[in-house]
Design a protein around this ligand. Sequence first.
Ligand code: GAP
Length: 518
Amino acid sequence: MSISSMDKIMALAKRRGFIYQASEIYGGLNGFWDYGPLGAQLKKNLREAWWQDVVLFPCGGAPGPSGEPVRIVPLDTSIIQHPRVWEASGHLGGFSDPMVDCRETKARYRSDHLMVYAPASGDRGGKPLFCFLPDSPSEQKQKKKAEKAFGEVITIPLGSVPREEFASVLGPDAEKVGSLTEPRAFNLMFKTYIGATATEDDVAYLRPETAQGIFVQFKNVLDTTRVKVPFGIAQTGKAFRNEVTPRNFTFRSREFELMEIEFFCHASEAAEWYRFWRDTRMAWWKSLGLAGENLQLREHDKDELAHYAKDGAGTSDIEYRFPFTAPGFGELEGIAHRAAFDLTQHQKFARTNLEYFDAERGELLPNGSRKGEKYLPHVIEPAAGLDRGVLAILCEAFTEDASRPSPELMKIHPRLAPIKAAVFPLVNKDGMPELSEKLYTELRARFYRSGLIEHDVKQAIGKRYARMDEAGCPYCFTVDGETRESQSVTVRDRDTGAQERLALDRVGDWLAEKLGAP
Ligand code: GAP
């Protein structure tokens, strides 16, 4: 896929009411998006699929590494927390992107995104270093200049160029050398004020992740439920990051939704729970149709790991090849072994003991019981982006086929499709609309928990099929001239366009089977 296919996906998303620009009639707001009628239902379906498979029936009942069922409880914490939470978590001090500005072009870049062409020999001979943004036109342009200046070149991150040499760097789109500023920290948290006085003492922050709400309530969950380590706490909800360069449609937004699990286990079991969650989460995305070569699992190299994760079981990203990242990939979900970092920090900052007493560990006593062990559990964190998930589903579903009545169709997995089925009369006369209305009413009453059922009587039948193909509706039932006599309808499959006849009294069960619904 190329950039132009992304333009087509964005146009379809707007045209069919999946995603709109926020505050569009006021000119839009950079980094904010609204979900239209189809998008709101698609997003809800993805969130609910996660909730069902994580909270209500974790891993489809499959056992975890211990051989026992996986235990997860839900939580719903506030967007605004005590400001000390963000001090403890490190977000206040460290949650910042080092940014580099170009004084000449006024462009702003994330310092860790920029690379530099340098001479392979190591000797610049007074010539500049050529800085570029990978996968942008500057990459080829700067390479040509660098090869002309040095012959053989190598690429190094801008971050490894000593500060005193910045004056010799030619910015990605600059004409003059030395236009790049040194990297400057830019805090990503949105600030707000609690109460009417709005003084600096009232400062609070919109959460940049849902995870910290979970850590802060760890003790309450333990004390008020019967959960025992190993277990997880799951939460979905909005997060806010004042991204410097929001871009690529909803991929990098300033307001987005997370689906996070914090899974607590004993340090000695962290490695196997890490592998378990990494593989389980990868299988989950595959089950929703991201099954091909556009999905990959990438283990982080040691030097990419957060400081507290250096000696841990690892961190991996589930990545999707979005049209705008191709041939590369973009992160969809991260699975990280966070060790006991967060609980240790909150224990220290809140001066509260967050240790867990594990009665099933420790020395074996003469009476056959265990002495018990107190510890801060380790955490495996699978953290997925709901909006990025929706975007990946839209990108994967987008299909072009000039031979169809709908040259663009959305092959959305039936479990996620916002419209589950549509019912049409072939023509709007001869008793057909009455029969189709009756079937529609029956299906709607049975399937409204799964998603939308539509009834459409307008336009030629081909146009109605095309509309449903674009909306990602997997099945269309049509009442035709034969229906009254044979008590049957046709059902059309979105992906193949093939039609078959079905007895009217079988339609409900047929659809239930296809949707995996009751
Ligand atoms: N508690 C861990 C955490 O928040 P993260 O990797 O920063 O981890 C998790 O975020 C997921 O959230 C990412 O894998 C991505 O899918 C999504 N995400 C992160 N920043 C985003 C943004 N600015 N816009 C949309 N989604 C974002």
